[in-house]
Design a protein around this ligand. Structure first.
Ligand SMILES: Nc1ncnc2c1ncn2[C@@H]1O[C@H](COP(=O)(O)OP(=O)(O)OP(=O)(O)O)[C@@H](O)[C@H]1O
Ligand SMILES: [Mg+2]
Length: 391
């Protein structure tokens, strides 16, 4: 089994791991910063409380009063509420309180509750004789709160960034594969063109020669026709093929006829279709290629004895045509139902693993249809389903 395109999935995990590592480091680092700022804020609040205490009690010298006012005033970021002995607010700082006095009181009381949950209020004694107390309620500054969320924001951004890079990467990989397919097909068609036209001329020439058996010429002509079809296929896949209204029954019958002659007579093809003229836009030579690839796989899967049934019906919304190709082969394992369409996946000694990848390309890219394994059971058989839009 070879797989020429598959990328090592470990790479994806390494990339993701790296993203998480960066995110985690950032979370730890920011947390450290937050803790340091919190420590500092705590100290600042303690100092603030001390200042309040001092201003309220002592009869200090002017210098000291000035210093304490400076300390109290220097807190421009930490929200604080000062309360009296009965825990009624008597002052606040760095809070957007409402103007209305009643609303303001309710607001401050509510805020005090929130603050208490975050940090225990600082108590200081106003008067050592009567043992009066005041309380300082405080919460973390908005800076700390914002900083706390920052690493999560950062982690999201990093993950989004990696997702974007990954999407771009796989897109460019697909585009590259596309170029290889198209380029190779074009080149092949081009190279086949010259010997083909010369062969056609030779057949014409031989037809005129009475000495040569007409039957031989006819056989030769058939092969040349086939050669022409193949070249047309390569040429269509190398460009944007035009779709024409084709009768699906006719197309399928032609493919079956062609295949039946080339496989064992113990393989029975049977076409199940009710309508006689069922037109659907398609590129005939490419679509026949799809049918041939699927049927050849079916023949391989059944060791040249069995049946291939092709059913044509309509989708429920009547907008598409359903073509089921059912074989009595060895089946595909559940885990491989999608893998079989990957270029390079094969279980055959002489396989390239290109048949189904090509079929998928033709159906999806050129006909805007769908192709998938509809059902498969080991040793019973497989049904491939193609859905073609009716227009
Ligand atoms: N009808 C089927 N029944 C069982 N296995 C299938 C069937 N069709 C495809 N497979 C599995 O899918 C694989 C891929 O098929 P695909 O046509 O893409 O490549 P291949 O037939 O191996 O080689 P190539 O078509 O390029 O000569 C096959 O090797 C086979 O294992
Ligand atoms: Mg094949």
């Amino acid at each position: 089994m070879i797989n020429i395109y598959e990328r090592n999935p470990a790479v994806n995990w390494v990339i993701l791991g790296l993203a998480l590592l960066i995110g985690l480091t950032s979370i730890i680092y920011t947390n450290m910063l937050v803790n340091r700022i919190l420590e500092q804020e705590e100290k600042q609040i303690a100092l603030f409380a001390k200042g309040q205490e001092f201003l309220a009690t002592a009869e200090p010298s002017e210098n000291l009063t000035f210093l304490m006012e400076e300390i109290v005033g220097s807190n421009t970021s930490i929200p604080v509420i000062l309360t009296d002995e009965n825990r009624l607010p008597i002052g606040s700082r760095n809070l957007d309180e409402p103007k209305d006095p009643q609303e303001k009181e309710a607001f401050l009381l509510r805020k005090m509750k929130e603050m208490q949950e975050e940090n225990p209020p600082i108590v200081f004694t106003l008067d050592s004789i009567s043992n009066m107390h005041q309380y300082v309620y405080y919460e973390n500054s908005t800076l700390v709160n914002q900083l706390r969320y920052f690493p999560y924001v950062q982690l999201t951004v990093i993950l989004l960034f990696f997702a974007l890079v990954y999407a771009l990467f796989s897109y460019s990989r697909k585009a590259e594969q596309n170029q290889v397919w198209v380029g190779l097909a074009k080149e092949t068609a081009h190279q086949l063109g010259t010997p083909l036209s010369s062969l056609i001329a030779w057949v014409e020439y031989l037809r005129l020669d009475d000495a040569i058996d007409a039957e031989i010429v006819e056989e030769l002509e058939k092969d040349v026709k086939r050669f022409e079809t193949i070249t047309a296929r390569f040429s269509s896949i190398g460009s944007t093929p035009t779709l024409k209204q084709e009768d699906i029954k006719e197309v399928l019958e032609e493919s079956i006829n062609y295949l039946q002659k080339r496989v064992s007579s113990k393989v029975h093809f049977l076409l199940h279709i009710k309508e006689d003229e069922l037109l659907v836009p398609m590129n005939k030579s490419l679509f026949e290629w799809v049918i041939e690839n699927i049927c050849k796989n079916a023949v391989d899967a059944m060791n040249a004895v069995g049946s291939i049934d092709i059913y044509v019906s309509h989708t429920r919304d009547e907008k598409g045509l359903v073509i089921d190709i059912k074989d009595s082969g060895k089946g595909i394992h559940k885990s491989k139902l999608k893998t079989v369409f990957k270029p390079g996946f094969t279980t055959k000694k002489r396989g390239w693993g290109l048949g189904l990848a090509l079929a998928k390309r033709i159906v999806e890219n050129y006909h805007k249809g769908k192709i998938f394994v509809f059902r498969s059971e080991i040793d019973i058989g497989t049904t491939f389903r193609i859905i073609l839009p009716k227009g």
